[in-house]
Design a protein around this ligand. Structure first.
Ligand code: SF4
Length: 479
């Protein structure tokens, strides 16, 4: 059922059509296969150990020489967490030792001091994101000092479109801390919730009350944050329709601007913490699908727009507006409105995307520390994109954000004949078209409403690296 909603944003009235993606359990069951989430193309498993510090220096130099150099985005990874959630698939270190945070910040400052001077000083930072782990493992004082250091070394934009965001674990933050974060310039927050059901929380070792979570959301609002996101997960042990329904109702009532509803991927062979879960408590495939259906129904009824890949946003949120305008983007931080910036990843395991290259820092803390302390850029692996990679990355990016490709514009941008260039890939689309997920006309390749929940499956038809022999690592939720 489509709802039409009027709202006012940036001096203009907008009309938003809120059309939930139709839920077809048979279809979703048939296409329930692992696959990349395309926060990048090519995906991280394609990066090579051959990519060196020299390669990175070259791409940064080239990016500075662009006639109009791109703005910058910065991602800072904070790997520490105070206690282990058993569903976790992130690169994190469990500790309560605050001194480890101090030592980490010391090395981060060394990395910043090496990286920042490589970029022309007039290149503006439009986006900064702290992810983890648990960024608020660091105290407000530590975060404040590090923010000041970043501000001294990079040229931050003063535009009101500048985003400074942080992932917050509500279990270890006080409302006063939020005011301190706002004073440092943070204006977006993302809160991990997953499920408020006490049985689920006990099964996944993450006890987090409704009250402390709502208090953090309120504190963000009171402190003037532009946007609050809440993360939920479906498919966790002991989850039921009743319990998850209550969680959804509670979250909807708090009215965060964005809500992500992730599917839990149980891969204990890859993620050690998951071995602590009792597999017999996992919901059946049927229940898992019903949990997703419940989330889509409740969020759509509450007026949230489906953005794509597990993400929902209020129609007046910038993500929904950018999608409507056709300039939504996707990078390692997920969906974003910051088009075409160069991404600098700082800290252990973080990924940079500069010009037409990707590079990743070492995933283990000792290697990252040792390289930074030896005065070298900490590169573990990376790649320079080929011409074909660039063309496919553009297609997959547009597809994941808009669910639609304007063929004439795409041909013009890349100087190709679409049907000829993607002849083999379009053959792979045939069965998806027969299932009513996608249509190909002479002018447009378009996801149908049935196909909107399966964008990544359709995108995979254009992934030149996906071979039948692809390893399971290529399908990991975290890459
Ligand atoms: S889910 Fe988040 S808070 Fe929990 S252990 Fe993993 S990174 Fe840390």
């Amino acid at each position: 059922m489509t709802q039409v909603k009027a709202f006012f944003n940036a001096g203009q009235y907008y009309l938003a059509m809120i059309t939930p993606p139709p839920f077809d359990a048979d279809l979703l069951r048939r296409y329930d296969r692992p696959g990349p989430r395309y926060t990048s193309y090519p995906t991280a498993p394609q990066f090579s150990g051959q990519f060196s510090e020299t390669n990175l220096l070259e791409v940064i130099k080239r990016s500075n020489e662009d006639p109009i150099p791109r703005p910058l985005s910065i991602y800072v990874h904070v790997p520490f967490c105070a206690s282990p959630c058993f569903y976790c698939g992130c690169n994190r270190i469990i500790t309560r030792d605050e001194k480890r945070g101090e030592k980490y910040l010391e090395d981060l400052r060394k990395e910043v001091a090496m990286v920042a001077p490589l970029f022309e000083s007039d290149r503006e930072v439009m986006q900064l994101h702290f992810g983890g782990g648990t960024p608020n493992f660091l105290s407000p004082t530590q975060l404040g000092e590090f923010m000041r250091f970043l501000l001294q070394h990079f040229h931050f934009s003063h535009s009101e479109n500048r985003d400074i965001s942080i992932e917050i674990d509500p279990r270890c933050v006080k409302p006063d801390d939020i005011a301190a974060l706002a004073a440092m310039g943070f204006n977006r927050a993302s809160l991990g919730v997953q499920d408020f059901d006490p049985d689920v929380q006990e099964a996944v070792n993450r006890i987090q009350s409704v009250e402390e979570t709502l208090a953090v959301i309120k504190a963000c609002r009171d402190s003037g944050f532009k946007s609050v996101n809440v993360d939920l997960i479906y498919g966790l042990p002991k989850q039921t329709l009743t319990g998850f329904g209550k969680t959804l109702d509670t979250v909807i009532e708090a009215r965060p601007d964005r809500i992500a509803v992730y599917s839990y991927a149980h891969m204990p062979q890859l993620f050690k913490p998951q071995r602590q879960l009792d597999e017999t408590q996992l919901p059946s495939a049927e229940t898992k699908l019903s949990l997703l259906q419940l989330a889509i129904e409740k969020l759509s009824q509450a007026g949230y727009c489906y953005i794509g890949m597990d993400h929902f946003a209020l129609p007046e949120d910038e993500l929904a507006i950018a999608q409507e305008r056709g300039d939504l983007h996707r990078n390692f931080m997920g969906y974003t409105t910051h088009a075409d910036s160069d991404l600098i990843g700082l800290g252990v395991s973080s990924i940079s995307h500069i010009g037409e290259s990707f590079s990743q820092n070492p995933r283990d803390l000792p290697s990252w520390e040792a390289t930074v302390e030896s005065g070298h850029l900490p590169i573990w692996r990376g790649m320079n994109l080929s011409e074909d990679d660039v063309i496919r990355a553009d297609l997959i990016q547009r597809w994941m954000c808009q669910g639609e490709i304007d063929i004439a514009k795409f041909e013009e941008r890349h100087d190709i004949y679409f049907n000829e260039y993607f002849g083999e890939d379009l053959k792979k689309l045939q069965s998806l078209a027969e299932d009513g997920l996608v249509t190909l006309s002479p002018t447009h390749l378009k996801a149908t409403s049935r196909g909107r929940l399966l964008l990544r499956i359709i995108a995979a038809c254009f992934d030149a690296y996906l071979k039948p022999s692809a390893t399971v690592l290529q399908f990991s939720k975290t890459i």
